[in-house]
Design a protein around this ligand. Structure first.
Ligand code: NAD
Length: 337
């Protein structure tokens, strides 16, 4: 199949070309660095499938343009699908496939990296030592052992995070809309959200962005949290109401904030903006706190994950080409079925 990739970097090309050859898929791959939107969709002309990433906005207008250009399949090279109008895709009979799990370890381990860095302030210690400053004032942390961690979302990534945290000797509370027997087996205590907010020293988000989880962490939720808590988001930016979180940082109910995702990240992340004036005042306010650690949506970014993403995405495309069942299809919303 002819596959046009939007929003690619050199590393995407490297992994996809390698797997396309190694697994003998034989697809013709075309890599574009521009994001997919209503203006760039025309570049898909001649493609049977289009492959996009987390910040490509695939709304009804874009899907119309793609269908018009002859595209028959939308392949997401990520797990989340909050950026796609699934109803519009269904009405155009365009299947949407994704990579449901490529390395839950990559994301869960990054969440732990944020927790450990914020706690032990290794980002500040690194700079101090390089300047010959060996003073410890301001670097005091706490033992993770014995602390209570609340996980919101106990799917693939949440479960890996739970196992790691259990290894540290933490008490792990979990909230999910679905019951998960495996979580119980590894010692996660199922609680309601209010209990999780009230008892957790650290809260880590591992649920998808949906209309139900949009701004789940808002002013009312933060008011229920333990003063001095740590909040970690490696899931999707808009699960957090950023302005409410800034207030929580100012009144010190939130004492540490670790973000790998940000609600307006589409204009910033994955690009080198170091020569530009960043116009997003909310983001710049976040950067002004020394107890806020932000990474640019890199939780997934391990060689293992990139290899798996390429393998599963190309398999999804081959399944479509050969008329096999699409095991990784994103179901259309009920109204569109
Ligand atoms: P998953 O589908 O395996 O698990 C998600 C869990 O969230 C499920 O158990 C589901 O029941 C639960 N859930 C759904 N709605 C909920 C709600 N309202 N409240 C509480 N729980 C709810 O997904 P996963 O593979 O564990 O990934 C989780 C999220 O992580 C993805 O949706 C994606 O947004 C994000 N992610 C981020 C990166 C990154 O690089 N930062 C990489 C991969 C995934």
């Amino acid at each position: 199949m002819n596959v046009t990739f939007f929003n690619t970097k050199q590393y995407d090309q490297q992994f996809f070309e390698q797997v396309n050859a190694d697994d003998a898929h034989g697809h013709a791959l075309r890599f574009l660095d521009v994001p997919l939107n209503a203006h760039t969709a025309v570049l898909a002309k001649g493609a049977d499938a289009v492959c996009v990433f987390v910040n490509d906005r695939v709304d009804a207008e874009v899907l119309q343009h793609l269908a018009h250009a002859g595209v028959r399949l939308l392949a997401l090279r990520c797990a989340g699908f909050n950026n796609v109008d699934l109803g519009a895709a269904a009405s155009l009979s365009m299947p949407v496939v994704r990579v449901p799990a490529y390395s839950p370890y990559a994301v869960a381990e990054h969440a732990l990296a944020l927790i450990l860095t914020l706690n032990r302030k290794t980002h500040r210690a690194y700079n101090r030592v390089r300047e010959g400053n060996f003073a410890l004032t301001g670097l005091m942390g706490f033992d993770l052992h014995g602390r209570t961690v609340g996980l919101i979302g106990l799917g693939t990534i949440g479960l890996v995070a739970a196992r790691i945290l259990k290894g540290f000797g933490c008490r792990v509370l979990g909230y999910d809309v679905k019951n998960n027997a495996e979580a119980g087996e590894i010692g996660v205590e199922f609680v309601d959200l209010d209990t999780l907010y009230a008892q957790a020293d650290i809260i880590s988000l591992h649920c998808p962005l949906t209309p139900q989880t949009h701004h789940l962490i808002n002013e009312a939720a933060i008011a229920k949290m333990k003063p001095g808590m740590m909040l970690i988001n490696t899931s999707r930016g808009a699960i957090i109401d950023t302005k409410a979180v800034i207030e929580g940082l100012k009144n010190e109910r939130i004492k540490y904030l670790g973000l790998d995702v940000y609600e307006e990240e589409g204009d910033l992340f994955f690009e080198d903006c170091s020569d530009k004036v960043i116009q997003d005042d909310v983001f710049m306010r976040l950067l002004s706190f020394n107890n806020v650690l932000i990474t640019g949506h890199q939780a997934f970014f391990t060689s293992d994950a990139l290899h798996n993403i390429a393998q599963i995405t190309l398999q999804n495309i081959s399944d479509f080409e050969q008329g096999r069942a699409l095991t990784n299809a994103v179901p259309a919303p009920a109204a569109a079925r």
